[in-house]
Design a binder for this molecule. Structure first.
Ligand SMILES: Nc1ncnc2c1ncn2[C@@H]1O[C@H](COP(=O)(O)OP(=O)(O)OP(=O)(O)O)[C@@H](O)[C@H]1O
Length: 260
């Protein structure tokens, strides 16, 4: 069996212009891990997700996906869900799903025909059913609740069976009860599909409940004369032993950082 980690970061830094945002990122993540990212606003969590997605590039260092340089543009090997989902408003849930597959499989025309289209529709229907949207396939986005839209977003992100699933505060805009339902859904999908997930959240309880590993972002180095002189990095990398714990133990030192 290969010893190559699914994802390796070596000496990654990210600057926007002269401003360092992230520094000293060295980590390895194995297939099947569920990494949650927490930390103060503006310390670069979304920037890390964007680098993994391929919409931003490291200023220094590199990422290796299964030993090969991470492609420097988004691809079907990485799925993403944002806090607010943007869909095509004139397409039903099913047609939005099929379109995601058309973009992936026929990037030039974004059209599938005949048997390929029929199969794409069958897959789309199965994937929607898997996230609990069997009854909502013919609905338009404005007819879906926030939770249902995020279910659709998840189904769409998983359409091409990505190696990495990147979630940027995917449940941040949802009511607490709906959030719990979404926690159950993402946990089930993670287990059943053996996903590798990176999820940014401001909710520490969510981070410790869902993650097998919690990364806390902060500044290791700080110059009071020049607050923007240094980037943030992963200051804690906390393995969560018992993933199925009903009430996760959150280190008291971290409680103050919760925004929830
Ligand atoms: N395209 C950009 N150009 C210049 N600066 C940027 C750009 N994108 C992000 N930044 C800056 O980089 C820093 C990190 O932003 P990022 O969104 O990654 O932080 P975050 O930890 O995800 O924040 P939040 O928790 O509020 O979502 C911020 O200071 C932000 O203003």
């Amino acid at each position: 069996m290969s010893q190559t980690p699914l994802l390796l970061a070596r000496g990654v830094e990210k600057r926007y212009g002269d401003v360092p945002v992230l520094e000293r990122l060295d980590f390895q993540v194995d297939a099947g891990e569920f990494v949650t990212l927490v930390g103060a606003s503006g310390c670069g969590k979304t920037t890390l997700l964007k680098m993994l997605l391929g919409t931003e590039q490291p200023s220094r260092g590199e990422f290796l996906l299964e030993g090969a340089p991470l492609p420097d543009e988004p691809g079907v090997d990485r799925g993403v869900v944002f806090q607010r989902y943007s869909v095509f408003p004139h397409l039903t849930a099913l047609d939005n799903m099929v379109l995601a597959e058309e973009f992936a499989l026929a990037p030039l025309t974004a059209r599938l025909f005949g048997a390929a289209r029929r199969q794409a529709r069958e897959r789309a229907a199965a994937n929607l059913a898997e996230v609990g949207l069997a009854q909502a396939m013919t609905r338009y986005p404005y007819q879906l609740s926030g939770g249902m839209q995020q279910r659709l977003a998840l189904a769409q992100a998983l359409t091409m069976r990505p190696r990495l699933l990147l979630l940027d505060e995917p449940f941040g805009a949802l009511d607490p009860g709906i959030r719990l339902e979404m926690h159950a859904l993402i946990s089930r999908l993670w287990r059943e599909r053996s996903l590798t997930i990176f999820m940014v959240t401001h909710d520490l309880r969510e981070a410790f409940t869902l993650g097998t590993r919690v990364w806390v972002f902060d500044h290791l180095r700080h110059d009071p004369q020049a607050p923007e002189a240094f980037g943030a990095t992963i200051t804690y990398d906390l393995p969560i032993a018992a993933r199925t714990k009903a009430t996760p133990d959150i280190p008291p030192a971290l409680i103050k950082e919760s925004h929830a």
